[in-house]
Design a protein around this ligand. Structure first.
Ligand code: HT7
Ligand code: ZN
Length: 876
């Protein structure tokens, strides 16, 4: 396979002003006739178009039929050597077979509905084209199909004509007035129901909003519609961005590789990111719909109006858009809980990626298969870079910067440099140092030492940074790291005013320092008493913080910090410290429990949780969540997944038993009657679930199981039902099997709920591998639907560490076999599953050998480029 390098970028040799597509859908095949108006950008250049799995029927250049002597088909390219030096037209007719397309890229069938996925390089599976993001063109699309089978025909832009096409067929013509790259092309043909609404933009234009779904899902579209309208309003208010077409459509499909796709005016969504109803969807599911609808909508500006020059710039649109959707979600429910959830993903998934053989810069420098780079690093770390720029500039200056970015580059395909430059130019600032965040991989470690001088009443912070080296990046540069901080008076529990040495007066109680050298110090003056530092507030930079605070300081921050996020962070640091000591004990075959620190923790929790649960139940629930197995695995030199799980369980049980009465009283006090979706109600439910989950870990677990069984039976919403079911299954309750059977029967017609039924069983640490194999043998299991496949195999590999990492390697073999099978069907998803092996080199010896054996065996098979690339990076 060929490696592509960022350094080799060259501007396109042809522009395409206009594309006319005629897509004729027949039962066995589809004919695509494309007419391109091309203009050479340099004289005497051959035209090279991309095309994959296309059966070329005819090719005309300026209406002259070309013979096979006039062009060459070479691998995935169509080469025409003699083309005019002036504008010319090229018409190709190709035959494609959507029903055979199980990779779900290009035009394919999902449960009888035709739909497309063109990002990043799917358009070349529909027609010959310059399938690269810097070729922007106007598209007109005509679809013809059987009228009864496919009454709904959709494409990007506005509907300009429709009617009868004879022989029981009909047609629709859509025209998109905005120039776009081919990856934003979309079309749909199906028999769909539609929820309609409208939105009046800030300048008074009326936009028709339509959500298309399978008829029986229509009742589950209202939340997505409300989320869409909220997103449209939010983008006007916060970024000044108005929607630009007269219609905005979302289509939900059940077979989809990712969450959703931002095609211009015609977003295509995984059903899991559109459908929501209290009876079938948990609170988390509702929140996901809200954030994905927002994310795709926001792409209309950050991605579509201003797009990427090449795929190395992917984070230009994805990092920025993730940051925008995170801001939006923070404005909808609780800002601190949102930040906690976003940082948890960053620390559990992105930090792990950054420490693994799969680590890459936010802007990679080379790839074999770009699909392998839709990663947590490009998305989540990319969003953190934008967040740091936002923190450093402040709200108003950041907005000035994005206004300039959108106006300067509207209709262009640009680079990450262009983005940072626009933010800088709008504010006459030099932000160029931040570019390094895009260029080098790995997570920096920020080490902090503090010193209080009681005589001088000064407090000094000594801060150093170090980014680990990695193959290809032997000398990482120092990065600008914004550190938002506050200092708390130990006696009053209040933040103090902050004056740095040399300043004439204090500047607020929270400040942002920027560490950008190997080692720096800052001294605060007028510090009357010893203080507790609250560092990296709101996680102001994507770094590992190394600060040796005492247990007492962490407990103090858990109780007194006025930044909710940092209360959580303090709790996490304390748990982490305890858990690492417990894991070390277990590694040495000793009892896990650690005396004094544990006592301090339990006393501390008992002291402040009752008040916190009353004031902010959602935060209380988060504060009680222990670091995940995946996170802890990054903190030990040698990973024994079963020891990590044992330690977590022991700490959970210790908390559960110490606070059992409290959890019981709190659980019993839950009084919600009917389901409503708002911040307060969600907070109550998450608190109830956390209390139940701890009760189930306590010595009173039989009583708790009876409560869970009752909750399951009485539930009138999925949040209550699912947490009860999970509790019963994970605690091996006698009631678990009847609840599982009931659940399946009840929701057998709801594919997304059946997915969650599979997932809860696939993640059960107490199951056996043969239980998991049986899930794959279930009649409802299939490899051809990514949601279903993920609900078992990806859930097992990523969220059932004990079983996946069982010492004899059988879990590895099971997943590797599935990858090999799936690679022939859907390489994108197969390659992604390999991520579960990213820590294999740090596993304890026995497991490491098993993982190596299984991966090496897999590498001997014939593999797709996707899987080949990921496997090679893992084994390198
Ligand atoms: N921009 C999209 C990325 C994407 C994708 C979506 C669905 C199926 C396959 C895909 N490959 C890449 C999704 C997003 O970030 O908004
Ligand atoms: Zn996106």
């Amino acid at each position: 396979p060929k490696t592509v390098y960022l350094k080799d970028y060259q501007a396109p040799l042809f522009s395409i002003e206009q594309v006319n597509l005629q897509v004729d859908i027949f039962n066995d095949y589809t004919l695509v006739t494309s007419t391109l108006n091309l203009t050479p950008q340099q004289a005497n250049q051959a035209l090279v178009l991309h095309g994959v799995d296309l059966e070329l029927q005819t090719l005309h250049l300026d209406n002259q039929l070309l013979s096979t002597d006039d062009y060459q088909l070479q691998g995935e390219e169509l080469v025409i050597h003699n083309v005019p030096n002036q504008p010319f037209s090229l018409q190709s007719v190709v035959k494609i077979y959507p029903a055979k397309n199980l990779a779900l890229e290009g035009l394919y069938l999902s449960k009888g509905m035709y739909c497309t996925q063109c990002e990043p390089e799917g358009f070349r599976k529909i027609s010959y084209y310059l399938d690269r993001p810097d070729v922007l063109s106007s598209f007109t699309t005509t679809i013809t199909a059987d009228k009864n089978q496919y009454p709904t025909l959709l494409a990007n832009g506005n509907l300009i004509a429709q009617g009868d096409a004879g022989e029981g067929r009909h047609f629709a013509t859509w025209q998109d007035p905005f120039k776009k790259p081919s990856y934003l092309f979309a079309m749909v043909a199906g028999d769909l129901a539609c929820l309609e609404d409208s939105f009046t933009t800030m300048t008074g234009r009326e936009v028709a909003l339509k959500i298309y779904v399978e008829p029986h899902d229509l009742r589950q579209c209202h939340h997505a519609m409300e989320s869409l309208k909220a997103s449209m309003r939010w983008d006007e208010q916060v970024y000044g961005r108005e929607y630009d077409l007269d219609i905005f459509m979302i289509v939900a499909v059940s077979h989809f590789n990712m969450g959703a796709m931002e095609n211009k005016g015609l977003n295509i969504f995984n059903t899991s990111c559109v459908l929501a109803h209290p009876e079938t969807t948990t609170d988390l599911g509702f929140q996901r719909v809200e954030s994905v609808v927002a994310h795709e909508y926001f792409h209309n500006w950050s991605g579509n109006r201003v797009t990427c020059r090449d795929w190395f710039q992917l984070s230009l649109k994805e990092g920025f858009t993730v940051f925008r959707d995170q801001q939006f979600s923070a404005d909808q429910l609780s800002a601190s809980v949102q930040r906690i959830e976003d940082v948890a993903v960053l620390r559990n998934v992105q930090f792990a990626e950054d420490a693994s053989p799969l680590a890459h810069p936010v802007r990679p420098e080379s790839f074999i298969e770009i699909n392998n780079f839709y990663t947590a690093t490009v998305y989540e770390k990319g969003a953190e870079i934008v967040r740091m720029l936002h923190t450093v500039l402040g709200v108003d200056a950041f907005r000035k910067g994005t206004d300039l970015y959108f106006s300067r580059h509207d209709g262009q395909a640009v680079t990450v440099e262009d983005f940072v430059q626009a933010l800088a130019d709008a504010n006459q600032q030099d932000l160029s140092a931040f570019m390094q965040w895009y260029r080098q991989p790995c997570t920096p470690v920020l080490s902090v030492n503090t010193d209080y001088n009681a005589q001088a009443k000064s407090y000094t912070l000594s801060i150093s940074q170090q980014t680990p080296a990695k193959e290809g990046y032997p000398n990482p540069e120092y990065l600008p790291i914004p550190i938002k901080l506050a200092l708390f008076d130990q006696h009053t529990g209040q933040a103090i005013a902050l004056r740095l040495q040399g300043e004439t007066q204090a500047v607020g109680k929270e400040r942002v320092l920027i560490a950008d050298k190997s080692q720096q110090t800052w001294t605060f003056v007028d510090v009357e008493q010893a203080v507790v530092p609250s560092l990296l507030r709101d996680f102001s930079a994507p770094v590992v913080l190394d600060y040796q605070s005492s247990n007492a300081e962490l407990l103090f921050l858990m109780q007194h910090d006025n930044n909710g996020f940092n209360r959580w962070l303090a709790a996490q640091s304390l748990y982490e410290r305890l858990l690492l000591a417990m894991i070390a004990n277990i590694d040495q075959q000793q009892e896990p429990l650690t005396g004094l620190a544990m006592d301090e923790l339990l006393t501390g929790l008992a002291a402040f949780l009752p008040t916190l649960a009353q004031q902010d139940a959602a935060l209380a629930a988060k504060i009680l969540s222990l670091p995940t197995e995946n996170y802890l695995a990054e903190k030990v030199a040698v990973i024994n997944p079963s020891h990590i799980a044992q330690a977590r369980e022991a700490l959970q049980q210790a908390i559960a038993n110490a606070l059992a009465d409290f959890f019981r009283t709190q659980y019993m006090a839950f009084t919600q009657t009917s389901y409503i979706y708002n911040s307060a109600a969600i907070a109550q439910r998450s608190w109830r679930d956390q209390c139940l989950s701890y009760l189930l870990q306590s010595t009173a677990s039989t009583e708790a199981q009876a409560l869970a069984a009752q909750q399951y039976q009485q539930a009138d919403n999925m949040s209550a039902r699912m947490s009860a079911l999970r509790g019963l299954v994970y605690s091996q309750a006698a009631q678990a099997s009847s609840a599982l059977a009931d659940f399946y029967q009840r929701f057998v017609d709801e594919a997304l709920v059946v997915d969650s039924w599979f997932a809860v069983q696939a993640t059960n640490a107490k199951a056996s591998l043969s239980d998991i194999e049986q899930l794959c043998a279930h009649s409802a299991f299939t490899l051809t639907n990514p949601n279903r496949l993920r609900s078992v195999v990806a859930q097992f590999a990523n969220a059932n560490p004990v079983l996946f990492h069982q010492a004899d390697g059988a879990g590895y073999q099971f997943v590797a076999n599935k990858i090999a099978e799936l690679d022939k069907i859907n390489p994108q998803i197969a390659s992604r599953l390999l991520g579960a092996f990213s820590k294999w080199r740090r596993l304890e010896n026995r497991r490491k050998q098993q993982a190596e054996r299984v991966l090496t065996q897999l590498a001997q098979q014939v593999l797709s480029n996707d899987t080949f690339e990921t496997l090679n990076r893992l084994l390198r």
